[in-house]
Design a protein around this ligand. Structure first.
Ligand code: C5P
Length: 409
């Protein structure tokens, strides 16, 4: 997010305590502090004594705007641990070292960070980071099991990959800052309007095989649908993303179902849509597919100067879904048009049984396929269209989900 822009849910105006322990991965915690701050959260950094040997306190002051807290015995701050714990909407510990995990599991309050933990009711996100042998050790496993029994704790990672100084490559590496920030966002969104609801999102374009190497496709990247899936997960929903081929990174926490053709997408959606509260049809589904894909590669020498491919209509996934959705659920459609945008979008809203439709014009600057921004108009049945300015796709996703939440309520 660019600085200065309105903070987006679920981070806006929330208070996060970021605990940093003494591990090599602590250098990445500065990025976590920065990203949380840029998203609109107030971040109180608490360093363990050992963390100071890995990363300079000044770095955190630079990105959060205020100095990190270290000393539980600082004069004038006698009740600091209690007030930090009470005011926190989320406590995030990254990196969480083996020593920290053992202390937290046994309920110790031996420094400021563990004392805050014992004084808070907020959800706690921990991002373990240590050597793979230490992570695999029975004591560490036992301590993690104790923490995971506590429903307020959620663990993110560790990931597999090369560890520091070439020491091993098993699980032990801290997950990337972006994933930690999303895990914090999810913890903050837990009590939100989408919490506990099931959301299905379709995304990207489909590929309709012509022969074993060629397909009919379109320019949809999947960015809008992936942003919607991520935003819904951050707001507490259980999200399934049914996606055509896409290179967009999979949002953390989202159940991924990869498909290729419209028929595969149709099966995947119809199988699941009866159980969801919200269905968002953001995929660019091919309207037609070759009736019979060739089994052999089409050769120019054989086909000659002209080639005719016989096409047949694909099922309308959104329309078929509408009939299966449960009462009170919300269906969202997309309409990308080259002309008569609002008229056509309204027609689609009715024809496909959507509750709201997101209309955008093909070829408009800052909107549409492949890019990171979009300019859309949201049309809710029976209401005035809401025209939005050019925004990044995550911000558009938040606007759409705001409307969905109103409908669900
Ligand atoms: O008619 P059009 O393809 O423009 O409709 C767009 C909307 O319908 C999108 O929400 C899209 O996901 C959905 N759609 C569908 N199945 C199709 C074609 C479109 O669900 N076969």
């Amino acid at each position: 997010m660019t600085p200065g822009r309105e903070p987006l849910p679920p981070w806006a105006g929330r208070r996060v305590v970021l605990g940093v322990c003494g591990g090599i991965a602590a250098y990445k915690s500065v990025q976590v502090a920065r990203d949380l701050t840029l998203r609109g959260a107030t971040v109180d950094v608490v360093l363990t004594d050992a963390a100071r040997r890995f990363v300079a306190p000044m770095s955190f002051e630079g990105v959060t705007g205020h100095g990190p807290l270290i000393d539980i015995f600082a004069v004038g701050d006698a009740a600091l641990h209690v007030s930090l714990g009470r005011e926190a909407d989320c406590v995030c510990v990254a990196p969480a070292t083996a020593d920290f995990i053992a202390r937290a599991a046994s309920g110790r309050a031996s420094d400021l960070l563990t004392t805050v933990l014992v004084a808070t009711d907020a959800p706690v996100v921990i991002a373990p980071a240590m050597n793979d042998r230490m992570f695999a050790h029975p004591r560490t496993r036992a301590s993690l099991a104790v923490l995971e029994e506590d429903l307020r704790y959620r663990r993110v990672g560790p990931a597999e990959g090369r560890l520091a100084a070439g020491e091993g490559s098993g699980p032990g590496r801290m997950v990337e800052p972006a994933t930690i920030v999303d895990a914090v966002g999810r913890a903050l969104g837990d009590g939100g309007p989408l919490a506990g609801s099931r959301v299905l999102v379709t995304a990207a374009g489909t590929r309709e095989p012509v022969d074993p190497v060629r397909y009919l496709g379109n320019r949809s990247s999947g960015k809008m649908g992936y942003a919607l899936a991520r935003a819904a997960w951050l707001r507490g929903a259980e999200v399934t993303l049914v996606s055509g081929p896409s290179t967009v990174p999979v949002p953390y926490g989202v159940e991924m179902v990869r498909v290729e053709t419209a028929l595969e997408m149709c099966d995947a959606v119809l199988e699941r849509v009866g159980g969801v509260d919200v269905a968002v049809h953001a995929a660019a589904v091919a309207d037609y597919r070759p009736r019979v894909p060739r089994t052999e590669k089409v050769k120019r020498g054989v086909a000659g100067d002209a080639l005719t491919v016989d096409l047949v209509a694909n099922p309308d996934i959104a329309a078929a879904s509408a009939a299966r959705m449960k009462a009170g659920s919300v269906a969202v459609g997309f309409a990308l048009e080259t002309s008569e945008l609002l008229t056509r979008a309204r027609r689609k809203l009715d024809a496909k049984g959507f509750d709201l439709i997101v209309a955008n014009r093909a070829g408009e600057k800052g909107a549409g396929f492949e890019i990171d921004t979009n300019r859309v108009t949201i049309i809710v049945r029976g209401e005035q269209p809401r025209e939005l300015p050019v925004m990044d796709k995550f911000a558009v996703a938040c606007e759409i989900l705001d409307v969905v939440e109103e409908r669900l309520a």
